[in-house]
Write a new protein. Structure first.
Lengths: 361, 458
């Protein structure tokens, strides 16, 4: 019996280059972290409390990215293109939530019954975002259902601008400031000895609940199964009796609802919203979706959390150790570099992609 | 290939040829134009009433011939949209009021045309300047709002010989360091009536060190030439006085999460944070400061980009200080004798609100200077034409000394700094009355003869 020859090792320049990048990145990160740690040992640098705060801030920011990223991931899973207008769906929720919050504050409900106030604001925001998402699907994307993948992508970019400037026209270009947080939501709270801001806790908790609700919906209900079926193979699903149009509209609606929740959470943390609020979070959320594995719901959420953490902790952990000044200005650099590096190490994203049958290699 | 394809190819070739012909056709002479009057420079020269040749020979930057009955063309390049629109719109109003007060120039009306938007960005400044420079006969521009937009704009205007006077650029690199060295973005056809941020940074640092007794400060800017210039000027002056800038860091415009940068500041244990940035980043820093350990008792210190009623009314802005151009213009009278108090009344009557920012007065003076200069250097022709030499206009402006402005007495130094250079610090005692907070001046300083900071009254 012939022994199997060992696979010959083909020396490829590309492979070497990629390995060089991987090793270089690891070295860069390690040296940076060691530099920061040595600063801490010396007594300079951030306190442990400061690091904990950064981590919590990163998780809060990341929860919002995760909620928005769910919309990107689900639409990609079902229709195979990136809906760039999703950032504006988030903005729509945030801006209409402002009007609801203001009305509630004027009525005194915002301060006296904060849970009711917050709940109503989130409902209004979710409703608006869902409506906007379903409308854009019906008007802009359904007619392009059979077109090559690039066409709806370009349409979504145009739709993004359209939504931004429609909101500018409707509501003006000034910043809308949400009412001051109810007293019960101000200040800090101690959880397992960890002191965090109450708003951050509300954000992380609400996002987790929303995510859990969505996961249950998608895995345990019939409509959720239909969504997964269409994501897997649209033609066969249609043959099986799934109403493709309705389920796709539902996918957009659910993604929009998550973005609506994220809109109010954003406003809780940052208080000011305006017509361009959705632009950068939209890009970051798309990055998070790719980071976690496009098409993968859990991946979107984990990617969002990871991106939030990289943004918050990364500059001070890695770049500060190298002695680079003004590291906070480079947090976008860190976030997007993390994306590039993770894709170099793990091209399908952190939790792996979930692509439809036609797209799998 | 069949006939249809051949015809199509021929058609394409014709279109391409036509495009080439249009592009390579004769351009109007860019330096000596006034629309159709371009040809009159080579027409038979007539004589002025003084017996000299008209129009006179053009100087090195060319000149503009304005036909009888045609308007004198000036333009404005301001930030009229976006987050700093309040600064730009306020200045456009200053220009309009000045034009109203000055009136005609030798019987020619003054035309402002369309106000171009500088977007408070280099791209906007460059694009707006390109549009303006392409229009015939523009003698001068009042702008830009933001220092960052001025640099690409001046690269274009300087080439075309168009003077630009700014009522709100404060970046030091646009003029000089007051030690005789030109700034790296200095252009000969540029002037400003606003203060130089070396003075604002120096005065702000003097207040922090001498009056507040601070020794450890963290500075935050947002990367644009105005904010980084001012933060740098503050930092340098503060360290010369003996203080310590514990952390000098920055954010990006558009950032919302300020906890990382505030944590960076907190690591240096500062007594104050000097953040000469714009809204909404300034709002976020004020609002998120309370959530960062170590910054509970820190003094918040902003600059003129944040002096707005919206920011002053934030509860988190209580107890904050803000440096900015001094607004104590009551008692000053402008070039035409109009008092500042009267000017404010007319502003309110015309626009329905009090002046929204500081720089309308500086821009009013800048417009007055420009119109006065045009009137002074213009040579009148025998048939009611006007000839304005661009270099002569620029030189006249640079020779300004003791010009009466509503912002004070204006004199231009050799690098284009014409402002009265008075800076004040306001203290926001009570957010429920933002206008009172803005007017609550606790420190005032100006520029001495050698460029040093001189306290006016504390």
């Amino acid at each position: 019996m012939q022994l199997l020859k060992p696979r010959s090792f083909r020396f490829s320049w590309v492979d070497t280059f990629l390995w060089a990048i991987r090793i270089g990145a690891l070295v860069f990160i390690l040296v940076g972290v060691l530099g920061t740690l040595s600063k801490a040992v010396d007594g300079e640098g951030l306190t442990a409390q400061a690091w904990r705060e950064l981590i919590v801030t990163g998780l809060a920011q990341g929860s919002m990215y995760g909620l928005i990223a769910l919309g990107y991931s689900m639409v990609y899973g079902v229709l195979g293109f990136i809906n760039f207008a999703h950032g504006e769906v988030f903005m729509a929720g945030a801006v209409t939530g402002f009007f609801a919050a203001n009305a509630l504050a004027d009525a005194g409900v915002w301060e006296s019954q904060p849970i009711v106030g917050l709940g109503l604001t989130i409902l209004v925001s979710m409703a608006t975002s869902t409506l906007v998402a379903v409308l854009i699907e019906r008007l802009a994307y359904r007619p392009l259902r059979g077109a090559p993948r690039l066409i709806p992508l370009i349409t979504s970019i145009g739709m993004s601008f359209f939504l931004q400037y429609t909101f500018r026209g409707l509501f003006g270009e000034s910043f809308k400031s949400y009412p001051v947080l109810p007293t019960v939501m101000q200040g800090r709270i101690s959880i397992f000895g960890l002191e965090i801001l109450k708003t951050q806790m509300v954000v992380i908790a609400t996002a987790a609940v929303a995510m859990a609700g969505l996961y249950t919906y998608v895995t345990r209900t019939r409509m959720g199964r239909a969504m997964r079926a269409i994501a897997e193979d649209r033609e066969i699903a249609a043959l099986m009796g799934v109403n493709v149009n309705r389920v796709i509209a539902l996918t957009f609606a659910v993604g929009g609802a998550m973005a609506g929740v994220a809109g109010v959470l954003w406003a809780l943390l940052f208080r000011q919203v305006y017509f361009l609020t959705g632009f950068l979070p939209g890009i970051k959320a798309f990055t998070a979706a790719v980071l976690g594995g496009i098409g993968n719901m859990a991946g979107a959420y984990v990617g969002g959390l990871a991106l939030g953490l990289f943004e918050s902790v990364g500059p001070l952990l890695v770049l500060d150790g190298w002695g680079i000044p003004s590291v906070s200005q480079l947090k976008d650099v860190v976030a997007f570099s993390a994306l590039v590096l993770i894709l170099i190490f793990r091209p399908t994203g952190l939790l792996g992609e979930r692509l439809a049958v036609e797209e799998r290699g | 290939m069949n006939r249809l394809t051949k015809l199509r190819h021929l058609g394409v070739l014709l279109v391409v040829f036509a495009l080439f012909a249009a592009a390579c056709g004769d351009d109007d002479a860019t330096t000596t134009t006034a629309g159709t009057a371009a040809t009159t420079t080579t027409a038979a020269a007539t004589t002025t009433t003084a017996g000299e040749e008209f129009p006179p020979a053009a100087g090195p930057a060319g000149g503009v011939l304005i036909e009888a009955g045609a308007p004198v063309e000036i333009r404005a390049l301001q930030a009229i949209s976006g987050e700093v629109a309040f600064l730009g719109v306020d200045q456009v109003r200053g220009i309009e009021l000045a034009m109203e007060d000055f009136g005609d120039i030798h019987g020619h009306t003054v035309n402002l045309g369309t106000v171009e938007d500088d977007l408070c960005l280099g791209e906007g400044g460059g694009a707006g300047a390109t549009v303006i420079a392409a229009q015939p006969g523009v003698l001068g521009v009042i702008g830009t709002t933001c220092s960052g937009a001025a640099v690409p704009a001046m690269a274009i205007f300087n080439e075309a010989g168009i003077v630009m006077i700014s009522g709100s650029n404060t970046g030091p690199s646009l003029t000089s360091d007051f030690q005789g060295n030109a700034g790296e973005n200095y252009f000969p056809f540029y002037l400003r009536t606003a203060h130089n941020d070396l003075i604002q940074g120096g005065a702000a640092a003097l207040f922090a060190y001498d009056v507040l007794g601070l020794t450890a400060v963290c500075t935050i800017h947002d990367g644009d030439p105005y904010t980084s210039g001012l933060a740098g000027a503050f930092g340098n002056a503060f360290e010369v006085l003996g203080g310590d800038i514990v952390v000098a860091t920055s954010i990006n415009k558009g950032d919302t999460d300020m906890v990382p940068v505030l944590t960076e500041c907190a690591a240096g244990a500062p007594e104050a944070i000097y953040f000469p940035i714009f809204q909404p980043e300034g709002d976020f820093i004020l609002q998120q400061r309370g959530g960062v350990a170590g910054l509970e008792d820190v003094i918040m210190y902003g600059a003129d980009g944040l002096i707005t009623p919206e920011l002053f009314s934030l509860p988190e802005a209580e107890g904050a200080y803000f440096s900015g151009p001094d607004l104590g213009f009551e008692g000053n009278a402008g070039f035409t004798g109009e008092t500042y108090t009267n000017l404010v009344a007319r502003y309110e009557a015309a626009y329905g609100e009090a002046p929204v920012a500081a720089f309308h007065a500086h821009t009013y003076d800048a417009t007055m200077m420009l119109l006065n200069a045009i009137e002074s250097v213009a040579v009148q022709g025998p048939d009611g034409e006007l000839w304005v030499d661009r270099q002569a206009l620029r030189d006249f402006l640079y020779a300004t000394a003791g010009f009466p402005g509503v912002t004070g007495s204006l004199s231009c130094d050799e690098f284009g700094d014409c402002g009265a250079n008075t800076v004040s610090v306001s203290f926001n005692e009570d957010p429920s009355d933002p206008q009172a907070g803005i007017a609550n001046v606790v420190f005032r300083a100006g520029k001495g003869a050698g460029g040093e900071i001189v306290v006016i009254d504390s």
